[in-house]
Design a protein around this ligand. Structure first.
Ligand code: NDP
Length: 466
């Protein structure tokens, strides 16, 4: 009996995805560069082994599949994906499909989609979020490619995806690189969500003197309110965890240097290409970069002192409201970046459906995304910041963000993500800003010209001597 779908790359994600596919009743043929990995995978698959066909070459894999064939690639992004496509394609027929499910750069996905289209071949680029556990039990899937290609494998992708109120979190986002782009913005938002939580943790620890258990209990309590989310939930678990080696709170023994695979940085760079402001995500990326300068931070502390003062009259409710405001402002920026990309690349991205597909399975899943989906659907074309339901919430939560940011800065705490959210809001809410000075300077040194408030045209000049 031929398999329904093929999968190449039995690493962390690929193995989990293959088991998920097998569990949902599909036959999956697998191939991995290192054959022992394939054998061990099948041996460890338990009851699901019946639905798994192991193969030891690309030829065998292709021969094991029912037609038209579809093969998922779960290998490291970049040249390895191109190499896999080059090996597979000559073995396949035109209608057969390659599905790149890794974290591809969406520019690569656009290029591969273009090449496939020119050759009359089927290709999909899908973003898969939720880590290993998500891949195994239900990831959030963001698809890009032709609608026909998506429709052919949709039943499998929907079956393995996470569910929110019974609705599968697997959605076609648009042509070519749309799915991988949406996945990348998801990761950028993930960086920002994590940074806002980390800053809040720092204020509780250093500005309010809470111990780790108390911080964990507070995150747990917040997880029952408007901030309900996977990241707040796991932050509670991390806060209260005890180190098995020393018996001390786990956080107290973890070095304060953040790792990154660069997806947040990538989102920030892409935002600059698009001219889309995402200062909260940028602050989060910068904070990780600064965290990596551990040795230099030690030297700077020696020179300037690292003491911080208590936060004063800031209470837990203020911290919660500030987090709510920061989160909304960050997501508002992320959705506007998606809107900008949608126009630039001609994708027609479904913003409400993006909020929906993020409601389960992925790392940024949260209760608020449900409300964001509704708000973006009710007011199409309106940025989240002004969408009625969220404008009201921002209005209520903003004073807390301002009070908290000011108090934190006054007492020496680093709150760059909070400050970036507030700075964005304050710049956005003033129709008359300060870029008149920038334009004056540009005209002075480069005769770049400026627009006048009282006239047409954009090529007016100041009275500078030549
Ligand atoms: P792993 O490192 O666990 O697995 C990599 C897989 O690719 C292995 O099966 C490996 O085979 C194979 N591989 C590596 N190099 C080559 C090569 N040159 N030729 C052929 N096969 C190769 O990676 P992950 O499963 O973590 O990641 C896979 C993709 O999924 C990446 O694009 C990643 O960014 C993305 N992703 C990862 C997430 C995660 O949480 N880990 C979450 C979402 C997406 P071999 O056994 O022979 O080494």
């Amino acid at each position: 009996e031929k398999a329904d779908i093929g999968l190449i790359g039995l690493g962390t994600m690929g193995a989990a995805l293959a088991l998920n596919i097998a569990e949902k009743g599909f036959r999956v043929a697998v191939y991995n560069r290192t054959a022992e990995v394939t054998r061990a995978f099948k041996a460890g698959a338990g009851d699901l082994a019946d639905n798994i066909v192991t193969t030891e070459s690309h030829e065998e894999l292709v021969a094991a599949l029912s037609e038209p064939r579809a093969v998922i690639l779960m290998v490291p992004a970049g040249r390895i994906v191109d190499a896999q496509i080059e090996t597979l394609r000559p073995l396949m027929d035109k209608p057969d499909m390659v599905i790149d499910a890794g974290n591809a750069d969406f520019h690569d996905t656009r290029r591969r989609a273009e090449a496939a289209k020119a050759a009359g071949e089927a290709f999909l680029g899908i973003g898969v979020s939720g880590g290993e556990d998500g891949a195994r039990h239900g990831p959030s899937i963001m698809g890009g490619g032709t609608p026909e290609a998506w429709d052919r494998v949709k039943h499998i992708l929907e079956a393995i995806a996470a569910r929110h109120d019974g609705q599968p979190c697997a959605t076609w986002m648009g042509p070519d690189g749309a799915g991988h782009f949406v996945k990348a913005v998801h990761n950028g938002i993930e960086y920002a969500d994590m940074q806002i939580i980390a800053e809040t943790y720092g204020l509780l620890r250093d500005g309010m003197g809470h111990d780790y258990d108390r911080i964990g209990a507070l995150f747990d309590r917040w997880n029952d309110g408007p901030l309900q989310s996977y990241l707040v939930e796991i932050s509670a678990r991390v806060s209260e965890a005890v180190d098995t080696r020393t018996g001390r709170p786990l956080l107290s023994v973890i070095e304060d240097t953040a790792g990154q695979k660069g997806t947040g940085r990538w989102t920030a760079i892409e935002a600059h290409h698009l001219g889309a402001p995402i200062p909260v995500i940028e602050a989060a990326v910068s904070a990780r970069n600064i965290s990596a300068l551990k040795d230099e931070r030690e030297r700077v502390e020696t020179r300037f002192g690292g003491a911080v003062e208590p936060l004063g009259d800031i209470d837990e409710a203020t911290l919660e409201q500030a987090m709510i405001a920061g989160k909304i402002l960050c997501y508002a920026q992320g959705f506007e970046m998606l809107r900008e990309a949608s126009e630039t690349f001609g994708w027609d991205l479904p913003l409400p459906a993006i909020a929906e597909v993020w409601r389960a399975g992925c790392i940024i899943r949260s209760a608020m995304l449900d409300e964001m989906a509704a708000a973006l659907g009710d007011a199409p074309g309106t940025p989240l910041l002004r969408a009625p339901a969220f404008a009201d919430r921002i209005e209520r939560a903003l004073p807390a963000l301002r009070r908290l940011t000011v108090a934190a800065m006054r007492s020496g705490h680093a709150v760059s993500a909070h400050a970036a959210a507030l700075g964005y809001f304050d710049q956005m809410r003033r129709a008359r800003g300060t870029a008149d000075m920038i334009q004056g300077q540009r005209d002075y040194f480069g005769r770049h010209g400026f627009a006048r408030l009282d006239d047409e045209g954009r090529d007016h000049h100041g009275p500078w001597a030549d």
